[in-house]
Design a protein around this ligand. Structure first.
Ligand SMILES: NC(=O)c1ccc[n+]([C@@H]2O[C@H](COP(=O)([O-])OP(=O)(O)OC[C@H]3O[C@@H](n4cnc5c(N)ncnc54)[C@H](OP(=O)(O)O)[C@@H]3O)[C@@H](O)[C@H]2O)c1
Length: 319
């Protein structure tokens, strides 16, 4: 009996020690310059969707400063033009030059988007990174079955289908790149994919879809192609970030979009398929995954209630 208890204790100690060492390695010791792998070849480009605000805008700026040319996506012509002008108003910190910035407009929640047409527009460019950042949710007082089918479809199209079909359209060009140099597709996720919240049911579900898609694509690309010649895929999981979507001031558990973007880009090329780029989010997630489920559900519903009620009040006053 004592040998069994001793063995269980030993295995548990190894598991805990491994988690602690991994935590220290990933957040404090690991080199964070592996994004340099994606700067190879002639004029490397990074595509960033939802680049007119929040995390997308900050990620675009971060990549520009690191020497990437950009292909930016937005839905508002004016906002996109302003972002492009602002980014190009200064030289890239690393190259000391004005990098090229191209863009495309598309409302990601609409049906009938010509994804092949978008990819064709940028054919021949050395695209090494695609950041599927665009995403959003709407909190409304109506219950799930009171939303119209089209309202549900808009959430699914924006958060799941837009990243999926855009990736599909760019895949053959990314595969060509990957034969010669590393190529990466990033999907921006959300903690809501594993700790669902009231009133954003489809948002949680669509983020879960995107997570499975990223991990599945990584495995699928390696089925026929050797690892070092295959496109890599990464799902970045995150908690709250101060942005247009979450208009709360930054704090330890809610970094600014700029700080989050810095940490995000620091994970590019790290070799993992699922990352939590920001340490405060990791600790938050650890709490969720360690505490009993009923306690997490209670904590979430208490903390979310105020947020939801406020959003509902706002949406009522706007309508
Ligand atoms: N902020 C958070 O706390 C948080 C937490 C977890 C996950 N995330 C994820 O992080 C990503 C970025 O979020 P964020 O906080 O940076 O949001 P944000 O500040 O609201 O920015 C969202 C970006 O997506 C664009 N966008 C929204 N709806 C669109 C549509 N229908 N068609 C085309 N573009 C559209 C916005 O365009 P406009 O500028 O025109 O509005 C903007 O460029 C999302 O995938 C989100 O799910 C965020």
């Amino acid at each position: 009996m004592s040998i069994i208890i001793y063995s269980i204790g030993l295995i548990a100690s190894f598991a805990i020690a491994k988690s602690i060492l991994d935590f220290l390695w990933f957040y404090f010791l690991r080199p964070t310059n592996h994004w340099q792998k994606f700067l190879q070849g002639p004029s490397p480009y990074a595509v960033v969707t939802g680049a007119t605000d929040g995390i997308g805008k900050a990620t675009a700026k971060e990549l520009y400063d690191k020497g990437f040319n950009l292909i930016l996506h937005g839905r508002s012509e004016k906002k996109l033009k302003d972002v492009v002008e602002k980014i190009q108003s200064v030289k890239s910190k690393s190259t000391g030059q004005i990098q090229d910035v191209k863009c495309f407009l598309e409302d990601g929640s609409e049906a009938g988007i010509d994804f092949e047409g978008i990819a064709k527009k940028f054919e021949g460019l050395n695209v090494t990174i695609l950041v599927n950042n665009v995403g959003s949710f709407t909190i409304r007082p109506e219950r799930f079955d009171e939303w119209t089918e089209e309202e549900h479809m808009k959430q699914i199209r924006l958060n799941s289908l837009f990243p999926m079909f855009l990736t599909r359209a760019f895949l053959s060009s990314l595969r060509t790149t990957a034969c010669a140099r590393p190529a990466l597709v990033v999907f921006i996720g959300s903690f809501s994919d594993e700790t669902p919240m009231a009133k954003i049911i489809l948002y949680s579900a669509t983020k879960h879809f995107v997570r499975r898609l990223a991990l599945g694509l990584h495995a699928d690309e390696r089925f026929d192609t050797p690892d070092d010649k295959a496109v890599s895929f990464m799902y970045a999981n995150l908690g709250p970030v101060s942005s247009q979507m979450v208009r709360e001031p930054p704090s330890f558990v809610r970094p600014s979009s700029k700080l989050f973007a810095e940490k995000l880009v620091g994970t590019f090329g790290c070799g993992r398929q699922m990352v939590v780029p920001y340490v405060g989010h990791y600790l938050m997630r650890l709490t969720f995954t360690t505490l009993p489920e009923f306690l997490v559900a209670k904590m979430l519903s208490t903390s979310a209630r105020g947020l939801i009620e406020e959003a509902i009040k706002k949406s009522k006053s706007q309508s």
